[in-house]
Design a protein around this ligand. Structure first.
Ligand code: C2E
Ligand code: MG
Ligand code: MG
Ligand code: MG
Length: 282
Protein backbone atom coordinates (compact mmCIF):
# COMPACT_ATOMS: atom_id res chain seq x y z
CA UNK A 1 0.00 0.00 0.00
CA UNK A 2 1.28 3.47 -0.83
CA UNK A 3 0.28 6.37 1.36
CA UNK A 4 0.75 10.00 0.49
CA UNK A 5 1.98 12.39 3.09
CA UNK A 6 2.32 16.12 2.87
CA UNK A 7 5.73 17.57 3.43
CA UNK A 8 5.65 21.04 4.89
CA UNK A 9 8.98 21.37 6.62
CA UNK A 10 11.19 22.41 3.76
CA UNK A 11 11.36 24.02 0.31
CA UNK A 12 10.83 27.49 1.73
CA UNK A 13 7.17 27.66 2.47
CA UNK A 14 6.15 25.64 -0.57
CA UNK A 15 4.45 22.46 0.48
CA UNK A 16 4.90 19.45 -1.73
CA UNK A 17 3.43 15.98 -1.81
CA UNK A 18 5.81 13.17 -1.10
CA UNK A 19 4.85 9.57 -1.69
CA UNK A 20 6.23 7.22 0.87
CA UNK A 21 5.75 3.45 1.24
CA UNK A 22 3.83 2.40 4.37
CA UNK A 23 6.96 1.06 6.05
CA UNK A 24 8.68 4.42 5.65
CA UNK A 25 5.56 6.24 6.90
CA UNK A 26 5.54 4.12 10.02
CA UNK A 27 9.26 4.65 10.44
CA UNK A 28 8.82 8.39 9.99
CA UNK A 29 6.26 8.60 12.80
CA UNK A 30 8.66 6.64 15.01
CA UNK A 31 11.43 9.13 14.23
CA UNK A 32 9.08 11.93 15.18
CA UNK A 33 8.15 10.39 18.52
CA UNK A 34 11.76 9.43 19.21
CA UNK A 35 12.59 13.12 19.11
CA UNK A 36 9.89 13.81 21.73
CA UNK A 37 10.94 10.84 23.84
CA UNK A 38 14.64 11.62 23.90
CA UNK A 39 15.77 8.42 22.21
CA UNK A 40 18.46 10.21 20.20
CA UNK A 41 21.91 10.96 21.52
CA UNK A 42 25.23 12.06 20.10
CA UNK A 43 28.61 10.39 20.00
CA UNK A 44 31.83 12.22 19.19
CA UNK A 45 34.70 10.92 17.07
CA UNK A 46 38.16 12.46 17.50
CA UNK A 47 40.00 14.09 14.59
CA UNK A 48 43.75 14.25 15.04
CA UNK A 49 46.26 16.66 13.54
CA UNK A 50 48.85 14.62 11.63
CA UNK A 51 51.57 17.20 12.23
CA UNK A 52 51.22 17.77 15.96
CA UNK A 53 49.54 14.53 17.02
CA UNK A 54 47.03 16.63 18.94
CA UNK A 55 43.27 16.52 19.01
CA UNK A 56 42.00 19.03 16.43
CA UNK A 57 38.32 18.42 16.85
CA UNK A 58 35.48 15.94 17.10
CA UNK A 59 32.68 15.04 14.72
CA UNK A 60 29.24 14.74 16.31
CA UNK A 61 27.35 11.68 15.03
CA UNK A 62 23.74 10.87 15.86
CA UNK A 63 22.57 7.60 17.40
CA UNK A 64 19.06 6.29 17.99
CA UNK A 65 18.42 4.05 20.97
CA UNK A 66 15.15 2.46 19.84
CA UNK A 67 13.02 0.96 22.68
CA UNK A 68 12.62 -2.43 20.97
CA UNK A 69 15.03 -2.52 18.03
CA UNK A 70 18.07 -1.36 20.00
CA UNK A 71 20.60 0.90 18.39
CA UNK A 72 19.69 2.09 14.89
CA UNK A 73 22.34 3.50 12.58
CA UNK A 74 21.92 6.98 11.09
CA UNK A 75 22.45 5.39 7.68
CA UNK A 76 18.99 3.84 8.17
CA UNK A 77 17.01 6.81 9.45
CA UNK A 78 18.60 9.97 8.01
CA UNK A 79 17.21 9.13 4.54
CA UNK A 80 13.64 8.84 5.89
CA UNK A 81 14.11 11.97 7.97
CA UNK A 82 15.14 13.77 4.79
CA UNK A 83 12.20 12.44 2.75
CA UNK A 84 9.69 13.58 5.34
CA UNK A 85 11.33 16.88 6.22
CA UNK A 86 11.85 15.65 9.78
CA UNK A 87 15.55 16.29 9.16
CA UNK A 88 14.90 19.96 9.89
CA UNK A 89 13.80 19.59 13.55
CA UNK A 90 16.15 16.62 13.98
CA UNK A 91 19.09 18.57 12.55
CA UNK A 92 18.28 21.48 14.82
CA UNK A 93 18.30 19.14 17.81
CA UNK A 94 21.71 17.80 16.75
CA UNK A 95 23.11 21.31 16.30
CA UNK A 96 21.80 22.49 19.67
CA UNK A 97 23.00 19.39 21.54
CA UNK A 98 26.47 19.45 19.96
CA UNK A 99 26.98 23.18 20.55
CA UNK A 100 25.73 22.91 24.15
CA UNK A 101 28.16 20.05 24.76
CA UNK A 102 31.11 21.91 23.25
CA UNK A 103 30.22 24.97 25.30
CA UNK A 104 30.02 22.85 28.46
CA UNK A 105 33.62 21.73 27.85
CA UNK A 106 34.72 25.38 28.04
CA UNK A 107 37.02 24.90 31.05
CA UNK A 108 38.44 21.54 29.98
CA UNK A 109 42.15 21.87 29.07
CA UNK A 110 41.83 19.89 25.83
CA UNK A 111 38.12 19.81 24.92
CA UNK A 112 37.73 23.51 25.67
CA UNK A 113 39.92 24.36 22.68
CA UNK A 114 38.84 22.00 19.94
CA UNK A 115 36.41 22.37 17.04
CA UNK A 116 33.12 20.53 16.85
CA UNK A 117 31.89 19.32 13.45
CA UNK A 118 28.18 18.88 12.84
CA UNK A 119 26.69 17.14 9.80
CA UNK A 120 24.08 19.27 8.07
CA UNK A 121 21.86 17.78 5.38
CA UNK A 122 21.47 19.65 2.09
CA UNK A 123 17.74 19.73 2.86
CA UNK A 124 18.37 21.83 5.96
CA UNK A 125 19.82 24.50 3.68
CA UNK A 126 16.45 24.67 1.95
CA UNK A 127 14.55 25.25 5.18
CA UNK A 128 15.27 28.94 4.72
CA UNK A 129 16.14 29.42 8.38
CA UNK A 130 19.44 27.53 8.72
CA UNK A 131 21.63 30.57 9.26
CA UNK A 132 19.35 32.16 11.85
CA UNK A 133 18.84 28.79 13.55
CA UNK A 134 22.59 28.25 13.92
CA UNK A 135 23.30 31.82 15.03
CA UNK A 136 20.48 31.53 17.57
CA UNK A 137 21.93 28.28 18.94
CA UNK A 138 25.41 29.81 19.21
CA UNK A 139 24.00 32.79 21.11
CA UNK A 140 21.91 30.54 23.35
CA UNK A 141 24.76 28.13 24.19
CA UNK A 142 27.54 30.72 24.26
CA UNK A 143 29.73 28.69 21.89
CA UNK A 144 32.14 30.75 19.80
CA UNK A 145 31.39 30.42 16.05
CA UNK A 146 35.08 29.73 15.45
CA UNK A 147 34.68 26.40 17.20
CA UNK A 148 31.91 25.19 14.93
CA UNK A 149 32.43 23.34 11.64
CA UNK A 150 29.42 22.63 9.42
CA UNK A 151 29.87 19.45 7.35
CA UNK A 152 28.01 19.38 4.06
CA UNK A 153 28.13 16.70 1.38
CA UNK A 154 28.84 17.47 -2.25
CA UNK A 155 25.18 17.44 -3.28
CA UNK A 156 24.72 20.74 -1.41
CA UNK A 157 27.30 22.33 -3.68
CA UNK A 158 26.53 20.66 -6.98
CA UNK A 159 22.72 21.01 -7.07
CA UNK A 160 22.79 24.69 -6.29
CA UNK A 161 21.24 27.67 -8.03
CA UNK A 162 23.42 30.02 -6.01
CA UNK A 163 21.26 30.05 -2.89
CA UNK A 164 23.33 27.42 -1.06
CA UNK A 165 26.56 29.30 -1.85
CA UNK A 166 24.95 32.44 -0.41
CA UNK A 167 24.05 30.58 2.80
CA UNK A 168 27.60 29.25 3.07
CA UNK A 169 29.02 32.75 2.71
CA UNK A 170 26.70 33.95 5.53
CA UNK A 171 27.90 31.14 7.80
CA UNK A 172 31.47 31.92 6.83
CA UNK A 173 31.16 35.62 7.56
CA UNK A 174 29.76 34.76 10.99
CA UNK A 175 33.06 32.92 11.68
CA UNK A 176 31.74 29.37 11.22
CA UNK A 177 33.92 26.91 9.27
CA UNK A 178 32.79 24.65 6.44
CA UNK A 179 33.81 21.11 5.54
CA UNK A 180 32.99 19.24 2.34
CA UNK A 181 32.09 15.74 3.51
CA UNK A 182 32.46 12.44 1.63
CA UNK A 183 34.50 14.19 -1.02
CA UNK A 184 34.90 12.32 -4.28
CA UNK A 185 31.76 10.20 -4.09
CA UNK A 186 28.96 10.54 -6.59
CA UNK A 187 29.72 13.84 -8.26
CA UNK A 188 32.58 14.81 -10.50
CA UNK A 189 31.96 18.53 -11.00
CA UNK A 190 34.85 20.31 -9.33
CA UNK A 191 34.24 23.91 -10.28
CA UNK A 192 32.34 24.56 -7.05
CA UNK A 193 35.55 24.00 -5.07
CA UNK A 194 36.92 27.35 -6.14
CA UNK A 195 33.62 29.19 -5.67
CA UNK A 196 32.64 28.22 -2.15
CA UNK A 197 34.41 29.35 1.00
CA UNK A 198 35.30 25.89 2.35
CA UNK A 199 37.91 25.19 5.03
CA UNK A 200 38.12 21.40 5.12
CA UNK A 201 37.87 18.72 2.52
CA UNK A 202 37.07 15.25 3.82
CA UNK A 203 38.37 12.41 1.67
CA UNK A 204 35.74 9.68 1.74
CA UNK A 205 36.38 6.40 3.51
CA UNK A 206 35.86 4.44 0.27
CA UNK A 207 39.17 5.82 -1.04
CA UNK A 208 41.03 5.22 2.21
CA UNK A 209 39.77 1.64 2.27
CA UNK A 210 41.85 0.75 -0.79
CA UNK A 211 45.11 2.09 0.61
CA UNK A 212 47.95 1.39 0.38
CA UNK A 213 49.23 -0.74 -2.43
CA UNK A 214 46.57 -0.11 -5.06
CA UNK A 215 48.32 2.16 -7.52
CA UNK A 216 45.18 3.72 -8.94
CA UNK A 217 43.57 4.39 -5.56
CA UNK A 218 46.82 5.98 -4.42
CA UNK A 219 46.94 8.17 -7.52
CA UNK A 220 43.35 9.34 -7.03
CA UNK A 221 43.84 10.20 -3.39
CA UNK A 222 47.09 11.99 -4.15
CA UNK A 223 45.33 14.06 -6.80
CA UNK A 224 42.53 14.95 -4.34
CA UNK A 225 45.00 16.00 -1.68
CA UNK A 226 47.06 18.18 -4.00
CA UNK A 227 44.00 19.76 -5.60
CA UNK A 228 42.51 20.51 -2.19
CA UNK A 229 45.73 21.92 -0.81
CA UNK A 230 46.32 24.16 -3.80
CA UNK A 231 42.86 25.63 -3.14
CA UNK A 232 43.78 26.21 0.53
CA UNK A 233 41.66 23.46 2.03
CA UNK A 234 42.89 21.44 4.97
CA UNK A 235 42.48 17.76 4.14
CA UNK A 236 40.81 15.33 6.54
CA UNK A 237 40.97 11.61 5.78
CA UNK A 238 38.10 9.59 7.24
CA UNK A 239 37.89 5.88 7.92
CA UNK A 240 41.55 5.23 8.72
CA UNK A 241 41.67 1.75 10.20
CA UNK A 242 45.32 0.74 10.02
CA UNK A 243 48.79 2.17 10.41
CA UNK A 244 49.73 1.61 6.77
CA UNK A 245 46.84 3.83 5.67
CA UNK A 246 47.81 6.49 8.22
CA UNK A 247 51.46 6.43 7.12
CA UNK A 248 50.56 6.78 3.45
CA UNK A 249 48.10 9.63 4.07
CA UNK A 250 50.53 11.50 6.27
CA UNK A 251 53.30 11.08 3.68
CA UNK A 252 51.22 12.58 0.87
CA UNK A 253 50.36 15.64 2.96
CA UNK A 254 47.01 14.89 4.52
CA UNK A 255 46.46 17.25 7.47
CA UNK A 256 43.98 15.51 9.75
CA UNK A 257 43.16 11.90 10.59
CA UNK A 258 39.82 10.39 11.59
CA UNK A 259 39.20 6.67 11.95
CA UNK A 260 38.91 3.65 14.19
CA UNK A 261 42.74 3.38 14.32
CA UNK A 262 42.77 6.49 16.48
CA UNK A 263 39.37 6.38 18.15
CA UNK A 264 35.81 5.27 17.63
CA UNK A 265 32.93 7.67 18.12
CA UNK A 266 32.12 7.83 21.85
CA UNK A 267 29.78 9.45 24.31
CA UNK A 268 30.77 12.73 25.92
CA UNK A 269 31.99 11.34 29.23
CA UNK A 270 34.06 8.63 27.51
CA UNK A 271 35.61 11.30 25.30
CA UNK A 272 36.55 13.29 28.36
CA UNK A 273 38.40 10.26 29.75
CA UNK A 274 40.00 9.51 26.40
CA UNK A 275 41.23 13.05 25.95
CA UNK A 276 43.11 13.04 29.23
CA UNK A 277 44.77 9.69 28.54
CA UNK A 278 48.01 9.35 26.53
CA UNK A 279 46.01 7.80 23.66
CA UNK A 280 45.01 11.21 22.47
CA UNK A 281 48.51 11.65 21.04
CA UNK A 282 49.58 9.57 18.08
P1 C2E B 1 29.89 10.79 7.79
O1 C2E B 1 29.49 12.18 8.11
O2 C2E B 1 30.80 10.59 6.64
O3 C2E B 1 30.52 10.23 9.15
C1 C2E B 1 31.58 9.33 9.23
C2 C2E B 1 31.09 7.92 9.40
O4 C2E B 1 32.19 7.02 9.27
C3 C2E B 1 30.50 7.64 10.78
O5 C2E B 1 29.46 6.67 10.62
C4 C2E B 1 31.68 7.03 11.53
O6 C2E B 1 31.30 6.23 12.63
C5 C2E B 1 32.28 6.20 10.43
N1 C2E B 1 33.69 5.91 10.64
C6 C2E B 1 34.65 6.72 11.13
N2 C2E B 1 35.85 6.12 11.14
C7 C2E B 1 35.65 4.86 10.65
C8 C2E B 1 36.51 3.74 10.42
O7 C2E B 1 37.71 3.77 10.67
N3 C2E B 1 35.93 2.61 9.90
C9 C2E B 1 34.60 2.56 9.62
N4 C2E B 1 34.12 1.41 9.13
N5 C2E B 1 33.76 3.61 9.82
C10 C2E B 1 34.28 4.73 10.34
P2 C2E B 1 28.01 6.82 11.28
O8 C2E B 1 28.13 7.46 12.63
O9 C2E B 1 27.33 5.52 11.16
O10 C2E B 1 27.30 7.87 10.35
C11 C2E B 1 27.04 7.58 9.01
C12 C2E B 1 26.57 8.78 8.25
O11 C2E B 1 25.30 9.21 8.74
C13 C2E B 1 27.48 10.00 8.40
O12 C2E B 1 28.59 9.86 7.53
C14 C2E B 1 26.53 11.10 8.00
O13 C2E B 1 26.41 11.17 6.61
C15 C2E B 1 25.22 10.60 8.59
N6 C2E B 1 25.01 11.25 9.90
C16 C2E B 1 25.45 10.89 11.12
N7 C2E B 1 25.04 11.77 12.07
C17 C2E B 1 24.33 12.72 11.42
C18 C2E B 1 23.64 13.93 11.82
O14 C2E B 1 23.63 14.30 13.01
N8 C2E B 1 23.02 14.64 10.85
C19 C2E B 1 23.04 14.26 9.53
N9 C2E B 1 22.41 15.03 8.62
N10 C2E B 1 23.68 13.16 9.10
C20 C2E B 1 24.32 12.40 10.04
MG1 MG C 1 30.48 13.90 8.37
MG1 MG D 1 32.20 11.79 5.91
MG1 MG E 1 31.60 9.19 4.68
Amino acid sequence: IIYTMTVTYYRKGKTSEQVLPATDMDFASQVESALDNQQFYLVYQPQIDFNTGRLKGVEALIRWQHPTKGMISPVEFIRVAELTGLIVPLGKWVMRTACAQAAAWRDHPVLGQIEISVNVSALQLQSGTLVEDILGILAETGLSPHRLVVELTESAFVQDDGENARIMRSLKSAGIKLAIDDFGTGYSCLSYLRDIPGDYLKVDRSFVLELPGHNKAEAVIQAIVSLGKSLDYRIIAEGIENQAQADFLQRIGCDIAQGFLFARPMEADALQLWSSSPHSDM
